[in-house]
Ligand binder design. Sequence first.
Ligand SMILES: [Zn+2]
Length: 461
Amino acid sequence: MAAALIIRGGVVVTATGRRTADVVISDGRIVAVGESPAVGENTRVIDAAGLLVLPGAVDVHTHTRVATDEQPDRFFQDSVAAAFGGTTTFLAFNNPGTGSEQTGSLPTDIAAWRRQTDSDSAVDYGLSLVLQPAHSHLAREIPMAIDAGVPTFKAFMVFDFALPAPAMEIALRATADFNGLLEVHGEDKQALEANIAALLAGGKTAARYHAASRPPYVEAAGTRTTIEMARAAGTPVYFVHVSCRAALDEIGRARAAGEPVFGETCPHFLVLDESRYDLADAECVKYVISPPLRTQADRDALWAALRDGTLDLIASDHVPDRAGVEKRLTGQAFPEISNGAPGIETLLAIVYSDGVQRGRVSVERMVDLLSTTPARLFGLNSKGSIEPGKDADVVLLDPQERRTITQQELHHTSDYTPYEGMAAAGIVRSVLVRGEFVIRDGRFVGRRGFGRFQERRLTWR
Ligand SMILES: [Zn+2]
């Protein structure tokens, strides 16, 4: 077989080990890892000496906005940002606020979203469907969505489009029966609404009271209720953006009992804390995220959970809101502030820098948390590892270089980064998707529409 491309002499990292090796790529796939075959005349050789050779990050949690007439480049530009950050595949949600068409039918939602994102992404991408009260045929349509290559669904317990408990039960049973996975935003709606009402009644409307309205017990209660429902339905369940020790305790108990309960956390919960809510309102809105930022003790508990396997992976929860537009304060009370913060471009940087360089997780565990497990759990079966047969989605990371994260050097469609001024170790030099350079020596060399929609199948169940 003629090798088209050889990545030579880098340290290849998998979830289980690292070694200096050559990666041989042909037709967009990895064909060998080890000694290079003889170099033919059509073979390109990339020198990776001194670099880490990582599988591209698989970010399973983004709220990337689709193209609209007013913002035709938002999906494309955030996909470019993903590439700069070392993410070679991302999954997006089609919730309200992302510009996605809301049709009330899951198959029609898939068709609409695929049309809205067609020929737009620079890296590979896929969809997780948001289930809403308007979806009145979940039992029939969830299997149809799974057949269409969209086997993961998200239910919110809070917000305008919260899924009521009876619909949640239907969704859990349908995902159990047809090999899907329900992702849950676990916060207890009644507890939250009571807290919000009490704060507003006391005149506490400022942005910082967002956090006060969502203490850890609100998240723990939502998590506990959902675990009980999943147990009754006999199905796996997945918790997005786990933020605190109280919720981890619920997940840990279920896992210790052998239940298929999965969880992710996000970079902002690992490196930021609740002190951000002491900032003036105009700054504070940048950290209005649900669940909110927690304490240092919670951060330590999350890192420990990533090490011991209580949590499965890290995803960005990227929301490309702009402080000056979507999150702008117009005198409204805190419940009206758009939730979320950008992070599609900083996922690998934060985890490498604060996790690996500070000795909190090994580089192998980082690869597992950012690539191998998200790919496996979300049915991206050709992704997530540097091994023969997988897509050649590869990041060349220079572990020696350092940088400072600033909005000015990022490429996402937000107008701020929550990590402004943070020192980061490691720089992404080059990124390949299916054997093609998307980033080369720090420059974007990809193209709009190169990214392929990923039809997914969950094969781990
Ligand atoms: Zn989210």
